[in-house]
Design a protein around this ligand. Structure first.
Ligand code: FEO
Length: 179
C-alpha cells in the first residue's frame, strides 16, 4: 500500500527534525572543543552521528514504501552556550520536543490506519525514552556540580566519563538496494 500524502509529508518533516538534531549536537560538540572539554565534545559528536542515523532510518523507510523524499532546509543551530549545564538543558528540552513530534506521528499513523508506519515509529518511541533519560541524567549531574561550587575537578571527572561513549551504527542504515 502506497504511503498516504499526509504520512509522507509528516515523515519528510521528521527527517528534517532529525537532521536538525544532528546539526544542533554537532554545534554543541564544536563548542565543547573550543572549551577543551573533549569528553563532552565526544559525547555530542556521537549523538550527532546517531541523529543522522535516525534521519536515514526514516529516509529509507519512506523509500521502501515507494514514497518520495524531499529534503528540506535545515536551520542553523545555536553556536554559543553559557555553560555545559545550559547546553544540556537545551538538549533535554530538544529531546522532549522530538518525543512529542514522534507521538504526533504515531497518532497520525493510527488515524490513517497505517500499521507499517506505526510499527516503524515504535522504534523511535523506545529510543526517545533513552534520549530523554541520557540528557536528563547529565543535566542532574551538572546541577550537582554547580551546587558544589562548580569545582573543575568534578567537571573533569564527568568529562572523562563522557569521553568513553562510542558510536555504534544502526544496522538499519545499510542502503535499501543492498537489503
Ligand atoms: Fe532522533 Fe534525539 O532524537
Amino acid at each position: 500500500m502506497a504511503l498516504k500524502p499526509s504520512i509522507e509529508k509528516a515523515l519528510n518533516d521528521q527527517i528534517r527534525w532529525e537532521f536538525y538534531s544532528s546539526y544542533l549536537y554537532l554545534s554543541m560538540s564544536s563548542w565543547y572543543e573550543s572549551r577543551s572539554l573533549r569528553g563532552f565534545a565526544n559525547w555530542e559528536y556521537v549523538q550527532a552521528q546517531e541523529e543522522r542515523d535516525h534521519a536515514i532510518k526514516i529516509y529509507q523507510y519512506v523509500i521502501s514504501r515507494g514514497g518520495r523524499v524531499k529534503l528540506q532546509p535545515v536551520e542553523a543551530p545555536p553556536f554559543e552556550w553559557k555553560s555545559p549545564l545550559e547546553a544540556f538543558e537545551m538538549a533535554l528540552e530538544h529531546e522532549q520536543k522530538v518525543t512529542s513530534l514522534i507521538n504526533e506521528l504515531v497518532n497520525l499513523a493510527i488515524k490513517e490506519k497505517d500499521h507499517a508506519t506505526n510499527n516503524m515509529l515504535q522504534w523511535f518511541v523506545d529510543e526517545q525514552i533513552e534520549e530523554e533519560s541520557d540528557a536528563g541524567q547529565i543535566v542532574e549531574q551538572l546541577k550537582m556540580i554547580e551546587k558544589d561550587g562548580g569545582g573543575s575537578g568534578l567537571l573533569y571527572m564527568l568529562d572523562k566519563e563522557l569521553a568513553t561513549r562510542v558510536y555504534t551504527p544502526l544496522t538499519a542504515t545499510t542502503p535499501p538496494a543492498s537489503q
